[in-house]
Write a protein that binds this ligand. Structure first.
Ligand code: HBI
Length: 99
C-alpha cells in the first residue's frame, strides 16, 4: 500500500526538485514546462507517458501548444507519495533532454 508523504518528507523532497512547487489548491506538486514548439511538447509528453506506464503512476496535465502544465498527486492516498517524487525526477530528466 502506498504511503502518504509527511510534511517533513514533502519539504525534503521538494528541496531536491527546484523546478516544482506545492499546489495551492491540493496536496500535490506542480511544474510548468515551455518547449520549443508543439511537436517538442508532444514528444516530451510521449516520453512522460511511457514512464508513467512503467511506474503505473500517471500525471494530471494540461497542454496548450508548447506549454505543458503538470500536476502530480497520488489518487490512492489523496496526497503525495514517493511515486510522485519518482515521476517528477523522470520528468525533469526528460525536460533536460529537450533543452
Ligand atoms: N496515478 N497519479 C496516480 N495516482 C494513483 O493513485 C494511481 C495512478 N495510476 C495508476 C494507479 N493509481 C493504479 O495503480 C490504481 O488505480 C489501481
Amino acid at each position: 500500500m502506498r504511503q502518504k508523504l509527511s510534511d517533513e518528507a514533502k519539504a525534503l523532497a521538494l528541496a531536491t526538485l527546484p523546478n516544482w512547487h506545492l499546489s495551492a489548491e491540493r496536496d500535490a506538486i506542480e511544474r510548468r514546462l515551455v518547449l520549443k514548439d508543439f511537436s517538442q511538447a508532444f514528444a516530451f509528453m510521449t516520453r512522460v507517458a511511457i514512464a508513467a506506464e512503467q511506474l503505473d503512476h500517471h500525471p494530471e496535465w494540461f497542454n496548450v501548444y508548447r506549454t505543458v502544465d503538470i500536476l502530480l498527486s497520488t489518487h490512492d492516498v489523496d496526497g503525495l507519495s514517493d511515486l510522485d517524487i519518482a515521476l517528477a525526477r523522470r520528468i525533469d530528466a526528460f525536460a533536460a533532454d529537450f533543452g
